[in-house]
Design a protein around this ligand. Structure first.
Ligand code: CAP
Ligand code: MG
Length: 428
């Protein structure tokens, strides 16, 4: 008998504290049980051969494939396998070597159901949707953000001016691009200082609260220094590229933000390396759930209709999983049941090729409890950033007040100009 079959037990009843993973597996010529046994073994405590060191107490805490439907398999991992409060360790186990196994042609981690005991060991978002709405004092409409474009290359002064114009036009959050940190042409500290000055001015003139997702992504100690600088300039937020920074970097930042009372905007640059191929890798849902547990306050979820890939089901399931307090199992969609308990919700941020002409469609799909981020869709406005920001707010106002788009073009000149340029086109 292959030692791997010891990791398949269809009679096993998962314990309360077991972590459950849902995989889709395509074996490479092996029997299905042999392949799923190998996945359960390599992600828990088995290897390619029998072992003289495998004592009963070790065998007892092995992973077990316990449920199968077609190519979908659930594997239960006893809690002893994990270090509490250590997301990097969890991923090294259940999302580690297995994706490179010769035994599988394709392997997809669709979802993780974290047990209560593990949920308690992570902080979750500090503010979440409600908390962010409270400190921004914005109710009943999507929050708005903008990333200055071009992505990188602007001087600090140019960047801060673009921020000012966007804030003055009605945008809530300025946002850095994922590849802007502390380059020569736009130093982090100088940028924080210049943007804080502009924020104060914009807040005074508009009477609205303005904030900034300033990108602190760097070596982790440096990241904390940058978060402190942002805090000293009065920003409530920091932004982190959570995939490139990694779980440990994010957790370190999250710990810091607890004391400094800062919210975290999670950018997901690089996620598509492992989320894009639907047959292999890790789903965005898995990544986002793990980020929610660690404790980000916003996360990018995609647009369905914008410039980046993401099917409607995928994006909307993601949106619900971030916003809701519980989710029902939906095997067809690759979703496990989840009860988020005390873990707060995360603001889903829809971004990537949005412009005012397609915001109604975004709100039709996702509702109003979202954040919309427009870069090109604001700074590409024929009359500049401020008009682009105004057109964005007008598109939202028109939608909420149910103003017909034809009437809207009469009342809102900036929106009209945006629609003249882009219409309702879906960028590719
Ligand atoms: C959007 C963006 C974001 C993407 C990331 C960009 O700019 O700043 O990084 O949205 O993708 O550089 O593309 P535009 P996602 O508004 O000009 O498209 O949100 O899917 O993670
Ligand atoms: Mg970007």
């Amino acid at each position: 008998m292959s030692q791997y079959l010891d990791f398949v037990d269809m009679k096993y009843k998962p314990k309360k504290d077991d972590l459950i993973c849902l995989f889709r597996i395509e074996p490479n010529g092996l029997s299905f049980n042999d392949a799923i046994g190998r996945v359960a073994a390599e992600s828990s405590n088995g290897t390619w051969t029998t072992l003289s060191t495998l004592k009963p107490h070790i065998r007892k805490i092995r992973g077990r494939a316990f449920y199968r439907k077609g190519n979908l398999v659930k594997i239960a991992y006893p809690s002893e396998l994990f270090e509490l409060g250590n997301m990097a360790q969890v991923y090294s186990a259940i999302a580690g070597n297995i994706f490179g196994m010769k035994a599988v042609d394709n392997l997809r981690l669709l979802d993780i159901d974290f047990p209560d005991m593990m949920m308690k060991s992570f902080r979750g978002p500090q503010f979440g949707i409600e908390g962010v709405r409270k400190f921004m004092k914005v109710k009943g409409r999507p929050l708005t953000a903008t990333v200055p474009k071009p992505k990188v290359g602007m001087t600090t002064r140019e960047h801060a001016k673009v921020g000012y114009d966007a804030w003055m036009g009605g945008i809530d959050f300025l946002k850095d691009d994922e590849n802007l940190t502390d380059q020569k042409f736009n130093r982090f500290k100088a940028r924080a200082k210049a943007c804080a000055k502009m924020r104060d001015k914009a807040e005074k003139k508009t009477g609205e609260i303005k904030d900034y997702f300033i990108n602190v992504t760097a070596e982790s100690k440096e990241m904390l220094k940058r978060a402190k600088i942002a805090k000293n300039y009065g920003f409530k937020y920091v932004m982190c590229d959570i995939v490139t920074a990694g779980w440990s970097g994010l957790q370190t930042l999250r710990e810091h933000c607890q004391d400094s009372k800062q919210a975290i905007h999670a950018h997901r640059a690089m996620h598509a390396t492992f989320t894009r191929n639907p047959k292999h890798g890790i789903s965005m849902l898995t990544l986002a759930k793990s980020a929610r547990l660690v404790g980000v306050d916003n996360i990018h979820i995609g647009t369905v209709i914008g410039k980046l890939v993401g099917t409607k089901d995928e994006v909307l399931n993601l949106e619900r999983e971030m916003e809701y307090h519980s989710m029902r199992e939906d095997f067809k969609e690759g979703i496990l049941e989840e009860d988020w308990k005390r873990i707060k919700s995360v603001f889903p941020c829809s971004s990537g090729g949005l412009h005012p002409g397609i915001l109604p469609e975004i709100m039709d799909m996702m509702g109003k409890n979202i954040m919309v981020q427009l870069g090109g869709g604001i700074h590409g406005h024929p009359d500049g950033t401020k008009s682009g920001a105004m057109a964005t707010r007008q598109a939202i106002d028109a939608y909420i007040r149910k103003v017909k788009i034809k009437e809207a073009t009469l009342i809102y000149p900036e929106l009209t100009r945006a629609l003249n340029k882009w219409g309702h086109e879906k960028p590719v």
